[in-house]
Design a protein around this ligand. Structure first.
Ligand SMILES: Nc1ncnc2c1ncn2[C@@H]1O[C@H](COP(=O)(O)OP(=O)(O)O)[C@@H](O)[C@H]1O
Ligand SMILES: [Mg+2]
Length: 264
């Protein structure tokens, strides 16, 4: 039974999608059967796995149809050309769900209801959330067991993550008891910048130490380039610093999943 992990941060541009795509691909290469759910109308995870332009227009069903309860989740899932990696793609249509879902009785639980139907078929399901805390993002928080929070090493990141953790606690209390933070990962780290290190130390002092992944993702131009080639970093440039870092993060995620599997 899959461990379900949402990649969440209400701020845009903090490397949620980069983390989702690259951890998903690395876990797949390690032999895990992985499903990546694109829960962002921008469809960046979908494009990052090579589904863009014509291929995107040809998609029969997407996360939108699934979350609206119109098709079974398996109908929207496609096999990618990467090892052990499947995708539930998304398009701009998903933006409509943000409004349409409001009339549903269990508007925050639509994705969970769907994902549970295919949970047995994968080892890990990763959900790439959109940058907001609206009804779609709440679907992401309710559908998962764990969240990974990508965080930029900047002073003002702290407030947003603290707010997010407060919301996670609320969701845990009200509708998803098993919800926990798997970890916070620092992204786009520029270790040459002294201020980066100082900010990192200051941020770390505000949280329990074991909440942080050991892996830190460096700022790496290969990670910026890979999405436009429609490839995860480990296929685009396996020897890059970015690929190494996401490999390490994926190994930590796998270890935490293994510990969890015994509980599921
Ligand atoms: N470690 C990194 N080094 C360089 N560029 C990165 C890195 N991580 C992400 N980026 C780039 O930053 C931008 C925002 O990342 P993205 O993953 O789309 O963020 P989000 O999903 O949180 O909005 C993208 O252009 C991405 O390619
Ligand atoms: Mg994104």
């Amino acid at each position: 039974m899959a461990v379900i992990i949402s990649i969440v941060n209400q701020k845009g541009g903090v490397a949620k999608t980069t983390t989702a795509v690259n951890v998903a691909a690395a876990l797949g290469a390690m032999g895990k059967k992985v499903l990546l759910v694109d829960l962002d109308p921008q469809g960046n995870a979908t494009a990052g796995l090579g589904i863009s332009g014509g291929a995107k227009r040809e998609l029969e069903y997407t996360t939108y149809d699934v979350i609206m309860g119109e098709v079974r989740p398996a109908q929207a899932v496609i096999k990618t050309r990467f090892k052990n990696l499947w995708l539930m793609p998304s398009t701009q249509a998903l933006a409509e769900a943000e409004i349409k879902l409001l009339k549903f009785e269990n508007k925050n639980l639509q994705l969970k209801k769907a994902i549970l139907q295919i949970r047995d078929e994968y080892d890990v399901i990763l959900i790439d959330c959109l940058p907001s805390l609206g009804v779609l993002a709440l679907n992401g928080l309710n559908a998962c067991d764990r969240i990974i929070i990508p965080m930029q090493c900047e002073p003002y990141s702290l407030e947003g993550v603290a707010e997010l953790i407060a919301i996670v606690k609320r969701v845990k209390k009200s509708s998803n008891r098993s919800l926990q933070v798997m970890g916070i990962v620092f992204t786009m780290v520029d270790s040459k910048l002294k201020v980066n290190r100082e900010v990192m130390r200051a941020i770390k002092s505000k949280f329990p130490e074991d909440i942080f992944f050991n892996a830190e993702i460096p700022r790496n131009v290969r990670l910026t380039e890979a999405p436009s080639h429609g490839e995860p970093i480990m296929y685009y440039d396996p020897n890059s610093k970015g690929s190494e870092a996401y490999g390490q993060l994926a190994r930590e995620v796998a270890k935490k999943c293994k510990a969890m599997e015994e509980m599921l």
